[in-house]
Write a protein that binds this ligand. Structure first.
Ligand code: SF4
Length: 267
């Protein structure tokens, strides 16, 4: 029964976000060029050298946009913290995402596809920092809908109340928590999730949720690094959702500090 509560959903891919980032970069460069070219004549009237000076500034701005995009793509492609990865995460989360969502909307792309790609890009930037976090500084945050709706036990607040019947993903996630000695919380919404984070003060959050909640959570939590894993919704949104526990474990293995991993408990 336990296996029926697991899915084989892969981690989201970042390709779409990278493509939209490239398109956004081209739009920005074109806008910078037009902003220089259109009033060029007027500038010459003020001073003959002014078009050249403004032109140089515009070239620097365009170069920064192109180099920044290139660096971002290279960082996620190589999975290495090449340069300013933390700052790039800020740029992606706070500035690029709203612009890319707008570009995607104009192109008629599905919102959730863009969000999936954003989550993948964010995950890639977080993991490229190659952080090693002590197990007690990692928080696994689950949505309430991952618990079987027919279960009479209330695991919100204390996931260890689960009696491990195996009818939903909670059983295996609790086993994972015991194995790696990490904290697991189930939150009924964004407000409670924020409260849990404030109370537990983790160094890294591994969050399971839908595209919308993960995107909002990643934005709200910055600069706290969040790795997002999408849940599966075979019964529709917010009802009896599922997570692939093997994916959660793979991510955990990649971030737990080695010294502490040797102290893991048997599952
Ligand atoms: S695994 Fe735990 S939370 Fe899920 S249905 Fe069984 S007792 Fe309830």
């Amino acid at each position: 029964m336990a296996n029926s509560a697991e899915s084989k959903a892969p981690l989201p891919r970042k390709r779409l976000f990278v493509t939209l980032m490239g398109i956004t970069c081209l739009i920005v460069v074109a806008a910078i060029f037009l902003a220089w070219w259109i009033p060029n004549r007027g500038l010459a009237n003020i001073h003959p050298k002014l078009p050249h000076i403004v032109g140089i500034i515009m070239v620097v701005l365009s170069g920064t946009a192109i180099l920044g995009t290139g660096l971002l793509v290279l960082t996620t492609a190589l999975g290495k913290d090449i340069f300013l990865t933390r700052f790039m995460r800020l740029v992606v989360i706070k500035f690029l995402l709203p612009v890319i969502e707008l570009v995607g909307r104009v192109m008629g792309l599905d919102k959730d596809r863009i969000r999936q790609s954003f989550i993948a890009m964010n995950n890639s930037l977080v993991t490229s920092q190659r952080m090693r976090v002590k197990p007690d500084r990692i928080l696994v945050l689950l949505p309430h809908c991952i618990q079987l709706s027919a279960c009479e036990i209330k695991v919100t607040g204390d996931v260890l109340k689960c009696v491990q019947c195996g009818r939903c993903s909670i059983k295996n996630i609790v086993a994972l928590g015991r194995k790696y000695a990490i904290d697991i919380s189930v939150a009924t919404g964004g407000t409670l999730a924020r409260k849990v984070i404030v109370e537990k003060k983790p160094n890294l959050v591994l969050a399971v949720a839908c595209e919308r909640d993960l995107t909002a959570g990643i934005k709200d939590c910055y600069p706290l690094p969040v790795i997002g894993i999408l849940n599966e919704r075979p019964s529709g949104p917010c009802f009896n959702t599922i997570v692939d526990v093997s994916v959660v474990e793979t991510v955990l293995k990649g971030i737990i500090r080695l010294d502490d991993r040797s102290e893991m408990l048997p599952a």
